[in-house]
Every structure is written in C-alpha cells, then in structure tokens.
Design a protein around this ligand. Structure first.
Ligand SMILES: NC(=O)c1ccc[n+]([C@@H]2O[C@H](COP(=O)([O-])OP(=O)(O)OC[C@H]3O[C@@H](n4cnc5c(N)ncnc54)[C@H](OP(=O)(O)O)[C@@H]3O)[C@@H](O)[C@H]2O)c1
Length: 277
C-alpha cells in the first residue's frame, strides 16, 4: 500500500469508506476489509456507526498504530461547547484516545464563523484528540480562507471526485500548498462500473472499470481514494490496485470524461459555491 505525504501527515493512499453502512454491516464487512489489507478507515459522526467501527478495530488484533482512522465532526456540533464534547464522544465510541485525522464534514456559516470552526479543530488537535486535521467539501476559495486561519496544517480536503467531475481548481490549490485531496464517490453512484471506456481500458490489464477509476485517482499526485463496499466479493477487487499502472495517455483519456454537470453531491444548505467544473 502506498502512502501520501501531505503537510507532515502520512496517509495510506487507499481507504475503506463506511458511509451508508449501518452498524450491523460494519460488524460484518469491516473485519473482512482489514483481512484484505485495508488499513485506512473513514467514518463520521453522522454515519452513526462509529461504535461498530471501534468495536471491529478493537477486536481486530491490529495495533492502534497500524490503523489510520478518520472521523468527521457534523455541522450541528460546530458550536462552541459542543465541538470538543462531540469529538470526545466519537473517541469513546471508536474506543481510542485519538483519531489520525479529524475533518470538518461540510462548510456551514450561518451561526459559527469559519474562524471558530477552524479554531476548535486546532484546539482538539492541540489536546491530542486528533493527530491531524482537515476539511471536507471545501471549494478552493474556502481552502485558502481556512488555511489562513489555521495554525495547524489542514492535511486534506475530502471531496467528491471521479472521472465525470473535474476538481482541477481544488487539486491545484491543495498541491500548491503541499496538501492533498481525498476522493469520495469514486463509483459516481454506479456509473463508473458500467462505463464502456473505463471497461475498455481495464480489459488491457484484466481489471474492472471500478479498479481503473480507483487507480486513476491513486496515480494523481497528492490524491487519496476512498472505496466503500458492503459486498465481500468486491473487497479484493477494490484493493487490487497496486499491481498495474495506467499510461499517461490512459490517464488523459479518463480526465477527458469530465463534464460540467458531473457533480452528484450538492446538498442544499450544506454545499458551498463550488469551483467551476
Ligand atoms: N465527506 C463526505 O461528505 C463524504 C460523502 C460521501 C462519501 N464519503 C466517504 O467516502 C466513502 C466512499 O464513498 P461512497 O460510499 O460513495 O462509495 P463509492 O466507493 O463511490 O461506492 C459507491 C457504491 O458503489 C458500489 N461499489 C463499490 N465497489 C464497487 C465495484 N468494484 N463494482 C461495482 N460497484 C461497486 C458500492 O455498493 P456495494 O456496497 O453494494 O458494493 C457502493 O455503495 C464513503 O463510504 C465515506 O466514507 C464522504
């Protein structure tokens, strides 16, 4: 497994995602994901499965230092008085005294100014509750603002990223500061596994379209990919990404699949003004 070095943090390039994975499913699939070799696990307060993630990690026999664990603070917990408490609750559920990475899940500005959100993130980091901190669903402009406000380096911006959505502005901003992006929704809601062009590229390597999209992320500088599956038979598939490499021409062909209407995740009330695609 490759690592991405980003502003002093070392993040395993491929992570296992647990969004839309109820606790019972986590108990079933996460032990198998760890057996497959996944060592980076992504959860969030809002996923309501931190307790089960913690249970599986505790029972895994793996040392805490072998796992890279991320959780995200939900927007309701941004106010002063709730932020740190919510992280302490997360840690209790996760059965650990720290996460490797703590993210602000979505931007929200109505009641808690960005400076406060970033300040609270820095406070919990300084208290040792999180080794590193970052953001999620930030535009390049928000990244710039957040960077300017943060004492600690913001090591990643977790964003929707797949072949149909150019994230050039965000990627450029992250790379310029030595940071990274972490890609979610790489399957683009089921479109990627069906894509004829990705399938055609995959045929050359004996790989599926899903593997080609994940590999395409991993081959980009300063990019980390998350992959979620509740199906045991897909775990090995989604992990088998390190025994082949796409050519520059294939990378470019996949970049060319991006389209202006490619964004899928943009919840009203949470989404910021996105960069032009
Ligand atoms: N920060 C944020 O706001 C945010 C938002 C969304 C997600 N995330 C994080 O990113 C992770 C990944 O995103 P995601 O959950 O949307 O997952 P994804 O990796 O894009 O997968 C989406 C769906 O594709 C299916 N799939 C997975 N591997 C496949 C394969 N090889 N062939 C065909 N289908 C496949 C899975 O269904 P099955 O389970 O049925 O296999 C899964 O439900 C999340 O779990 C979460 O940790 C973060």
């Amino acid at each position: 497994m490759d690592d991405v070095l980003t502003r002093g943090a070392r993040i395993p390039a491929l992570g296992f995602g647990t969004f839309r994975m109820p606790g019972a499913e986590v108990l079933e699939i996460l032990p198998q994901a760890l057996k497959t070799g996944f060592r980076h696990v992504d959860t969030a307060q809002i996923y309501q499965n931190e307790a089960e993630v913690g249970e599986v990690l505790a029972a895994s026999g793996l040392a805490r230092g072998e796992i890279f664990l991320t959780t995200k603070v939900w927007i309701d917990n941004f106010p002063k008085g709730r932020f740190r408490l919510s992280v302490e609750e997360s840690l209790k559920k996760l059965k650990t005294d720290h996460v490797d990475l703590l993210l602000l899940h979505w931007p929200r500005f109505s009641d808690v100014p960005l400076a406060d959100q970033i300040g609270f993130l820095n406070e919990v980091r300084a208290a040792g509750l999180a080794k590193d901190v970052g953001v999620s669903n930030y535009s390049s402009e928000l990244m710039r603002k957040a960077d300017a406000l943060s004492a600690a380096p913001l090591v990643t911006n977790q964003i929707e990223y797949h072949p149909y959505l150019s994230q050039k502005a965000v990627l450029d901003q992250a790379r310029a500061g030595g940071g990274s992006i972490t890609a979610y929704y790489v399957m683009a809601d089921g479109a990627v596994p069906q894509d004829p062009e990705l399938r055609e590229i995959g045929a050359k390597y004996g790989k599926t379209a899903a593997q080609i999209a994940l590999r395409w992320i991993l081959q980009q500088p300063q990019a980390i990919a998350l992959s979620k599956t509740a199906k045991a038979e897909r775990l090995a598939e989604n992990f088998a990404l390190f025994d082949f490499a796409l050519t520059k021409e294939e990378m470019d062909r996949i970049h060319a699949l991006a389209r202006p209407e490619g964004r899928i995740v943009s919840p009203p009330g949470l989404a910021p003004e996105w960069d032009a695609a």
